[in-house]
Ligand binder design. Structure first.
Ligand code: GRF
Length: 200
């Protein structure tokens, strides 16, 4: 309970390493947090995020897309799991699939995503590599509402980092990731306080 208010329960979807998940989890446990992580879902059995969730005692689910006839059935399963936990928000954190309209239809509340560029520049895969190839002097990260497009949807928050002459994909990604971990928590805390509204 933060300030006597119930904490917003969130569901996190992650396909991989899970450093954003870890950061959200750590920050959710701070006294002044307005949210808590109810569960973690992954579409990859070996995802680091699943391992972290297990170690940290967070309910976690591996939902294998191969077990379902089509994307809609797969996504309906995830929505069904999220609904069991009384969540108010779904957060994508390195979830490497595009959500179909059926997910957004079945889950009627908001979904947000974090992306390692200053959207609308460099959507899609390898955003940091795209930024380096384009020669931008600043990049960063974005948290946005998810709609049917890829990395589209109303932008909620951004953080900027410089791109250095000496950068390669690894050094730039690292600099951006550090800001991602701060930004995602800031945005979720604001959302949990009702300070951010989707326009869809
Ligand atoms: C992050 O760079 C995020 O912005 C992007 O995928 C990466 C996930 O990293 N969508 P992690 O799994 O949170 O460590």
């Amino acid at each position: 309970i933060a300030g006597g208010i119930m904490k917003l329960k969130i569901a996190v979807l992650s396909s991989g390493r899970g450093s954003n998940f870890s950061a959200l989890l750590k920050n959710s446990r701070k006294e002044d947090s307005f949210f808590q992580i109810a569960l973690l879902i992954s579409d990859k059995e070996n995802a680091g995020a699943l391992k972290t969730a297990k170690e940290e005692g967070i309910p976690h689910f591996f939902v294998n897309p191969k077990d379902f006839e089509n994307k809609e059935a797969f996504e309906n399963k995830m929505v069904e799991i999220v609904n069991r936990y009384d969540c108010g928000l779904v957060c994508l954190a390195g979830y490497m699939r595009i959500l179909s309209p059926s997910f957004l239809k079945a889950w009627k509340k908001d979904v947000i995503n974090i992306h390692p560029s200053l959207l609308p520049a460099f959507p899609g895969l390898d955003a940091q590599k795209q930024a380096l190839e384009y020669g931008v002097k600043f990049s960063g990260c974005t948290v946005h509402f998810v709609d049917e497009g890829m990395d589209t949807g109303l932008i909620i928050g951004q953080k900027v980092v410089p791109v250095l002459e000496t950068d390669d994909e690894e050094t730039l990604s690292k600099r951006i990731l550090k800001e991602e971990h701060i930004l995602y928590t800031e945005v979720v805390n604001k959302y949990a306080q009702g300070k951010i509204k989707n326009k869809r």
